[in-house]
Design a protein around this ligand. Sequence first.
Ligand SMILES: [Zn+2]
Length: 274
Amino acid sequence: MSFEPAALPPERPSERRLLIVYRERDLMVRARGTAVTLPSAATSGELGVALDGEQYLGRLAGVDCYASHVPAEIDPPAEHEFVGLRSLWTRLPEDEFWLAGRGYQIVEWDRTHRYCGRCGAPTENAVPERAKRCSACGLSSFPRLSPAVIVCVTRGNEILLAQGTRFPGAFYSVLAGFVEPGESLEETVAREIKEEVGIEVENIRYYGSQPWPFPHSLMIGFSADYKSGELVLDPEEIAAADWYTRDALPELPPHLSIARTLIDAYIEGSLGSP
Ligand SMILES: [Zn+2]
């Protein structure tokens, strides 16, 4: 993606700008027939809706990008609609989809950090940093990111896939969990696997990462080898889990996610070894 992030708009703005506008969790898109794109305008006012808290994101292919939001009761302008971001995967151009995810996280931070968490005084944007600084006590607040590990566990030619209790009847996927304060990523991997399915793993290897703006995660992918133990499921988290071979896989997650990328790497035999 030819995106150059920045918190401060350039001295010479581009002629048009891309606008990432949220109403709650829904993104404003320009929809004509089946074609869907981010709104584009010469000025933010051109859209005809009052935007709250504009944040400069950077440039996508030379075009300035701004993120903001509107109150829940606002109707979209003509030829525009508000749509849940997740459903726009494959409908929006891919670089615009990920930019909109970045914008969502910045907008959420902008909306929820207008007052200092320590003393309650109003905050100010501390550009060129992506930060808000308290006008009274100077406390800085940065956009929230919640790191989570996601792990593809294999045993010989089998892969461990599980169905979470939060989405009953849905697809099977690899296991994931949030990093806790004080943990290394490798410790999170070992703890989550042990807690959710009762087994020990070894040879924990970094695979890759993916921003996951639903609402503010960073997914950090690993592969690991089964070491010991029997599957004992945590009934709070895991509805079902088992070992599968390539020729008998259950329903898998959509291609959007790093979960699917990890599973596809297992299927292709390209997960790598230590
Ligand atoms: Zn303060």
